[in-house]
Design a protein around this ligand. Structure first.
Ligand SMILES: C[S@@+](CC[C@H](N)C(=O)[O-])C[C@H]1O[C@@H](n2cnc3c(N)ncnc32)[C@H](O)[C@@H]1O
Length: 305
């Protein structure tokens, strides 16, 4: 995806609107301009354990951490999609940070070692180390660098509430899997071997029309499916069957992630993994793995059933 000056102007105007009013005004859970997950809240090491990413990965953009985990595991071809048009900017900023900052500098810029607090969550751009911030910006393409220069100016004068409207509080850097010194340095080496990194702004349900003939050995959808209505779950199964055609022969799709509770009829949107009754009703399509109280659900391609 080529990000133009026009895209930056438009996206930035929307970002300023988001900071003023938050996303409460929209009925859906996630929208085209929404707050940012600065770090993942999924245990990525466990999610990626059965995945082979070496033939390419298609993943939700989110915080960019799923893509970085894939790169750490040797992916060279990475395609990301997200309904939120702002997600790609923050992922690009993070990729740039990994490429040009030492481990200690990265930790300092993102305030990783501070205890989890409101200050840290909304504080990505509070008392920011300007030398490191500019170093990351100067390593970005011009249009994306412009986005972060504009952001810097806006964040300096923003209220705490406005900052929180932009940066989601729920992030857990340590779950990302690449934030040990050893893994970070390996990730930096692997970043140099990337052959293709691309973004698509789209709803997961529009993925098929936004993909070409390329194939992937892994697809990672985080907990997007936790937010689906019953009707969307049926649509999701149809989508998984279509996406299966874009998998390499040993490929897998991570389709769900979350807490699993039986004997409760509530759909409890967002908190759960892929709905238990839905998985049970389509047993032959899925297998599950437990991870620290969470259930990770994988879609089993037909040829592997
Ligand atoms: C589901 S959220 C939650 C964070 C996630 N647990 C993680 O650790 O990254 C991750 C990302 O999914 C995106 N998203 C949510 N629903 C989506 C959809 N229907 N299509 C595409 N992206 C979606 C959000 O915009 C967000 O950036």
């Amino acid at each position: 995806m080529n990000i133009t000056r026009n895209d930056v102007d438009n996206d930035f105007m929307q970002l300023k609107g988001l900071m003023k009013v938050g996303n409460d005004s929209t009925p859906s859970y996630f929208s085209t301009y929404d707050n940012i997950y600065l770090f993942t809240n999924d245990r990525l090491k466990d999610i990626f354990e059965p995945l082979d990413v070496t033939q390419g990965i298609l993943t939700v953009t989110g915080s960019g951490d799923q893509a970085l985990m894939a790169i750490l595991k040797g992916a060279k071809n990475v395609k990301m999609f997200d309904i939120n048009k702002l997600a790609k900017y923050f992922a690009l900023f993070k990729f740039s940070a990994v490429s040009c900052l030492s481990y200690d500098e990265f930790i300092k810029l993102y305030k990783i070692n501070k205890p989890f607090s409101n200050y840290v969550a909304g504080g990505f751009l509070t008392n920011v180390d300007t030398y490191l911030y500019e170093k990351v910006c100067s390593n970005l393409e011009n249009t994306v660098a412009l986005f972060f220069e504009l952001l810097f100016d806006v964040m300096i004068n923003a209220t705490i509430c406005e900052k929180f409207n932009l940066i989601n509080v729920k992030h857990y850097p340590k779950l990302s899997g690449y934030l040990t010194r050893k893994n970070y340095e390996k990730l930096q080496e692997n970043m140099k071997k990337l052959t293709s990194v691309d973004f698509v702004d789209c709803n997961i349900f529009d993925l098929n029309k936004n993909l070409g003939d390329e194939k992937y050995s892994a697809m990672v959808f985080s907990n997007i499916s936790s937010y689906f209505s019953k009707c969307e779950l049926e649509k999701f199964l149809k989508l998984l069957k279509q996406l299966e055609l874009k998998l390499t022969c040993r490929g897998l799709i991570q389709a769900g992630y979350g807490v699993k509770k039986r004997n409760n009829n509530d759909f409890n949107i967002g908190k759960r993994g892929l709905d238990t009754r839905f998985v049970d009703a389509n047993k032959s399509c899925f297998f599950e793995k437990q991870s620290h109280g969470m259930t990770i659900t994988y879609y089993k391609p037909n040829k592997r059933k």
